[in-house]
Design a protein around this ligand. Sequence first.
Ligand SMILES: [Zn+2]
Length: 236
Amino acid sequence: MLVDAHCHAHAFSDMELKEFSKIKIIAVSEDIESSRKTIDLSKRFDNIIPFIGIHPWNLESMSARELKGVLRSLKLGEAMGIGEVGVDGRIKKSVQKQIEVFKLFCEVSAELGLPMNIHALNAWDKVFEIMLKMDVRRALFHWYTGPIKLLKDIGEAGYYISINPAVRIQPKHRRILESAELDMIITESDGPYNYRGLRLKPTMISDLMEFISNIKDVDRISLEKIIERNFERLLG
Ligand SMILES: [Zn+2]
């Protein structure tokens, strides 16, 4: 079975979601509204695994009540994981606040054993360091384009990275695919995000598998097994 470890399922129509029914999808959220929608989708679609959280891009408009609401839902066991959360080092003026909020999510992850779906653009090392220190046991660094030398530490910590269909046209992501061990890789779409004219969606995972199979020189069936196993381990 194909897997998509990072998809904004709430942003697709029901009709599109039906086309993705043969793919296991971790659906991430960005704020309280999408978190609620994601939980609702997971009740209507068997293949959708709900993750909730607040995206670092949304912290400026977020109210304290909103944050509390998401944390409460997590504690009530309404989701299978936490995400999309993290730190975006490009938004310098809110980095301190991003780190504070991220630590709250790490705390819940460590306490409840929930996997995290991480956004860490321009903050890879920092985010990794916080997670280790806070005892986060399971996590995915989504669309990893961080330092190659950090890959080994991420693997040793038992964390995963995801590879996006953009790997065909994004050289630094391709170098990651070439360097990373197969036992730390999972596929993702980040749909419906639009990357340089490419509207990403879960149905692109099949071609992505073909691409990975060529680059890593492993047959398609073995590759599917490895990636599905990684996905299940991430979920615990
Ligand atoms: Zn995303």
